[in-house]
Design a binder for this molecule. Structure first.
Ligand code: SF4
Ligand code: SF4
Length: 400
């Protein structure tokens, strides 16, 4: 569940006024391709922006050699050594160079967070255990709910079988990694089935003695998996229109229409029962929920930003898209900072556009930030506290 900020005002201001921002998380969306069509997905869902795109745009795949060069620039020219890499999509494992990319990141000893819908994991359990630090698989309900949200038969079954296989390999190798998180998006499509979902998981995984933890940092055995509930990201039409005006006025930039794929002006669901259920669950498991956002406030009081007065993204992360464009906002194709086919890391990270964006964000939030997942991230790195495996560094390339 998203957390209310643990930072105070002074700490926020320190982050957004630092003259030397350091990359902590490199996000890569190397391809948009996906074999599911989730109803709530802002890319491929009922309101998804990819549906309006040309076939060429949505099938484009990032050149892996250019990407490798860009990452090396970040590592050596910029002397940024400690960032994590998040690979997402679409379905990340449909990227045609995915194994080349993961192998390269391993050679560079960069820890990998892989987001997946679980459809492509079946035959690569060993590889995942050897190569990935954190694996997040989306599961949004019991089987019939999950498959109907994703418009794909057997996806729940495939994802669960893959989780079980990966845990088996972890056990054999006595490995804590990858830490596995099941991510469940709470939305009108599944709110009435969350309780049933937990029970399904408990009976499915409990047979194998697998423990479900409500906090990823409490994972202490290869048989533990974490579950995270993430309330649906959304925005309001009037907030989006104001955002377009602010982008134009202060950043001299036209916003794309991608924010429109998040519009939820009238959310019609009763969150009270599930709020109570989750509170009871956390109490039973001794989870400190004092810092979690209140679900009712989240869905029905859009102006409450839970003391999150600034977005830390422009000082901590970038997203590289399938066409090489680089953005601070991972879910919006707005305010492109540059393109990796044309520019090196430092020209993008320290470029004029990045500085202008930081200047604006150091004093403001956009109206659409209120329910963006990036607003709820604290980049107090590393994000996961377990020890990382020592990887073979013999293949490291030394800067020439
Ligand atoms: S699996 Fe992910 S990318 Fe694919 S449709 Fe669902 S939410 Fe979108
Ligand atoms: S919170 Fe706002 S500025 Fe930050 S990534 Fe989201 S939309 Fe962009």
């Amino acid at each position: 569940m998203f957390k209310i900020s643990t930072l105070n005002q002074e700490e926020y201001l320190n982050i957004v006024t630092t003259p030397t921002p350091n990359l902590k998380l490199l996000q890569i969306m190397p391809s948009l391709l996906c074999d599911a069509r989730c109803k709530h997905c802002h890319i491929w869902g009922n309101q998804g922006w990819a549906l309006q795109e040309s076939k060429n745009n949505v099938t484009e795949q990032l050149d892996v050699e250019i990407l490798k060069q860009f990452i090396d620039d970040a590592l050596w020219q910029h002397n940024t050594k400690n960032f994590w890499v998040l690979i997402t999509g679409g379905e990340a494992l449909l990227y045609k160079h995915i194994f080349t990319l993961i192998d390269f990141l391993n050679q560079r000893q960069l820890p990998i967070i892989l987001l997946s819908n679980g459809s492509q994991l079946k035959k690569i359990s060993e590889y995942i255990v050897e190569s990935v630090s954190s694996l997040t698989i989306s599961l949004d309900g019991p089987e019939f709910v999950h498959d109907s949200i994703r418009n794909k038969k057997n996806l729940f079954k495939d994802a669960c079988e893959s989780i079980l296989r990966i845990i088996k390999v972890k056990e054999q190798k006595k490995s804590l990694l990858p830490g596995i998180t099941i991510n469940c998006t709470i939305s009108p499509f599944n709110i009435e089935h969350i309780k049933e979902f937990i029970k399904t998981l408990e009976s499915l995984l409990g047979v194998q003695n697998i423990k479900i933890k409500l906090d990823i940092n409490s994972i202490s055995s290869s048989k533990d998996i974490a579950i995270n509930f993430e309330p649906l990201l959304h925005t309001k039409t009037d907030s989006g229109i104001k955002y377009e005006q602010l982008m134009k006025r202060y950043l001299n930039s036209d916003a794309s229409s991608t924010w429109r794929s998040f519009i939820a002006d009238n959310i019609d669901m009763d969150v009270k029962p599930i709020k109570k259920y989750l509170l009871d669950l956390w109490e039973q498991h001794g989870v400190d929920h004092s810092k979690f956002v209140d679900l009712e406030e989240y869905f029905f009081n859009y102006n409450n930003v839970f003391n999150r007065i600034r977005c830390q993204n422009p000082w901590s992360t970038i997203m590289i898209r399938q066409n090489g464009d680089v953005h601070f906002c991972p879910d919006l194709k707005d305010f492109c900072l540059g393109n990796i086919y044309q520019s090196e890391f430092k020209e993008i990270w320290n470029g004029e556009k990045a500085i202008n964006f930081r200047n604006y964000l150091s004093n403001n939030l956009f109206p659409i930030c209120n329910r963006c997942c990036s607003l709820f991230i604290d980049y107090n790195w590393p994000p996961i506290k377990w020890p990382l495996p020592k990887k073979d560094s013999s293949k490291n390339v030394v800067k020439s």
